[in-house]
Design a protein around this ligand. Structure first.
Ligand SMILES: Nc1ncnc2c1ncn2[C@@H]1O[C@H](COP(=O)(O)OP(=O)(O)O)[C@@H](O)[C@H]1O
Ligand SMILES: [Mg+2]
Length: 322
């Protein structure tokens, strides 16, 4: 495997709130290799987004990140804003579930796209227009030359997500972080956006981090999957292995609650009983213990380490096993 481009070590993210400290991310370590697609899966509130906001230096003002996040060897945590801006949107770009959070509703798409190139790459206005239109064509926006001068709200949801992806790709990043990019879209459009991500990765060699609460989204796209629970990595491994032999009881629960097309599933979701942990009052042991069908006393006393389980697999569970 090629060298990692992003290496995160012992990342912790905490938020100060009037009700106490929220431990959003605890002791998270992983890496992303050039050209690979890493899926990050977990229930809502499990810390997926905050990991990457911390890496991008975009945490809310009441948040603090500790640990290390190195991009091509350069430490990102604690970097000055001007230096971070160079990495952000240049080498590393992020797209979000709702494109309207990153698109300015009052500016034409053309203006927003060319600005990135003029500022980041020092391109002339004319060259920037050419590159931007080509990128819209690249993400399959029909009639791109005409639509280039529209405002964001004049695009459909799926087309807006394509515009966001085009913007993220403008500076040819080595790493594209896509945070629930299809969650707000209907199933058909969702599949088209996932196809587009697969195509980008194949044709441009861009490494992709795909964040989702839906294991199904990961299946056809990711090489490796990292399962998050209560701000920690529960389990990590190659995607097919994980589907075949989930080792952590939480991963098994997630897979069992995936909608299946076959009659045996009967359209029912085998949801995991219980509630996700309160991040202001995390237990001393495994955060999944209160919901775990395999729980033993030890699980409640001390957090199990994220130990290797054979080749390329890790799981944080005393009872892990196929
Ligand atoms: N600014 C904030 N202040 C306090 N808590 C926050 C803040 N931002 C996020 N959180 C909390 O951090 C936890 C993890 O959030 P997040 O990473 O967004 O979850 P998800 O896995 O759904 O992406 C959540 O419980 C969320 O409420
Ligand atoms: Mg999120």
């Amino acid at each position: 495997m090629p060298d990692p481009i992003l290496t995160v070590t012992d990342l912790n993210v905490r938020f100060a709130t009037p009700e106490g400290e929220v431990r959003a991310v605890t002791d998270v370590s992983f890496s992303v290799h050039a050209g690979e697609t890493l899926g990050v899966v977990g229930e809502s509130g499990s810390g997926k987004t905050q990991i990457f906001l911390a890496v991008m230096g975009l945490l809310a003002s009441n948040g603090r990140a500790a640990g290390s996040a190195r991009f091509r060897g350069q430490e990102l945590l604690g970097l000055r804003r001007t230096e971070l801006n160079r990495v952000r949107g240049g080498d590393m770009a992020m797209v979000f579930q709702d494109p309207m959070t990153s698109l300015n509703p009052y500016l034409r798409v053309s203006r927003q796209m060319t600005e990135v190139l003029v500022v980041h790459k020092g391109m002339s206005e004319a060259d920037a227009r050419k590159r931007a239109v080509a990128m819209l064509e690249r993400v399959h926006i029909p009639d791109a030359r005409r639509r280039f001068d529209l405002y964001p709200h004049e695009f459909s949801g799926g087309m807006r997500q394509r515009v966001m992806i085009a913007m993220a790709l403008l500076c040819q990043p080595d790493l594209l972080i896509a945070d629930e990019p299809t969650t707000a879209l209907d199933v058909t459009v969702q599949a088209q956006i996932l196809d587009l991500l697969a195509e980008i990765r194949r044709d441009l060699g861009t490494a992709v981090v795909l964040i989702t609460h839906d294991f199904g989204v990961i299946a056809g796209l990711a090489d490796r999957v990292m399962v998050m629970y209560g701000g920690r990595i529960a389990e990590e491994g190659p995607v097919l292995d994980m589907f075949d032999r989930p080792c952590h009881p939480y991963t098994r629960g997630l897979l069992a609650s995936m909608p299946r097309g076959d009659a045996a599933a009967g359209g029912e979701l085998a949801a995991i009983k219980g509630q996700p942990p309160n991040l202001q009052r995390l237990p001393p042991g495994c955060p999944f213990a209160p919901r775990c069908p395999l729980v033993i006393e030890r699980c409640r006393l001390a957090m199990p380490p994220l130990d290797p389980l054979g080749a390329n697999r890790r799981a944080a569970c005393y009872r892990a096993g196929p």
